[in-house]
Write a protein that binds this ligand. Structure first.
Ligand SMILES: [Zn+2]
Length: 146
């Protein structure tokens, strides 16, 4: 999913969170987490290319078209979201609640919008397949590209 879509969706969810809880910190961190989880794409780029991307286009092209490469996107994982919710239940912090909501919404949006198998958002699944990106696409993805 494109960053602008995450900004729009996370802004809407953050506003709803604010109306629900009247907590600026919860709403802010919901927006913060809902958008900035994509920072792990920059980390992947850095570890793959051994440099930072010089432009958004360069990073976007890498994310969309480098299908033969590896992808770890460590923040895009159901495991992380579950840990965030567990940590929130222990500390009952509005900041942690905002981060958990934002991360959950981000992950669900990506899971439904991107051409990856739903289970590919399990970090353990990606690790099992040695982070080889081509293993995570939905069936028929490459057939559609020919
Ligand atoms: Zn994402």
């Amino acid at each position: 999913m494109r960053p602008v879509s995450h900004v729009i969706i996370s802004t809407g969810v953050s506003l709803a969170v604010y109306v629900w809880l009247h907590s600026i910190s919860c709403a802010f961190f919901c927006l913060f987490a809902g958008v900035l989880i994509d920072v792990d794409h920059i980390l992947d780029y850095f570890f793959c290319k051994k440099r930072i991307p010089f432009s958004y286009k360069e990073l976007n092209d890498y994310c969309k078209f480098d299908v033969e490469g590896k992808i770890s996107v460590i923040f895009h994982s159901y495991e992380l979201v579950i840990v965030l919710w567990i940590v929130y239940t222990f500390f009952n912090s509005r900041v942690l609640l905002g981060i958990a909501i934002g991360a959950t919404v981000h992950l669900l949006c990506d899971a439904f919008a991107n051409p990856f198998k739903f289970k590919s958002y399990l970090l353990s699944y990606r690790h099992y397949h040695k982070y080889e990106r081509k293993k995570f696409y939905v069936d028929g993805f490459f057939k559609d590209k020919k």
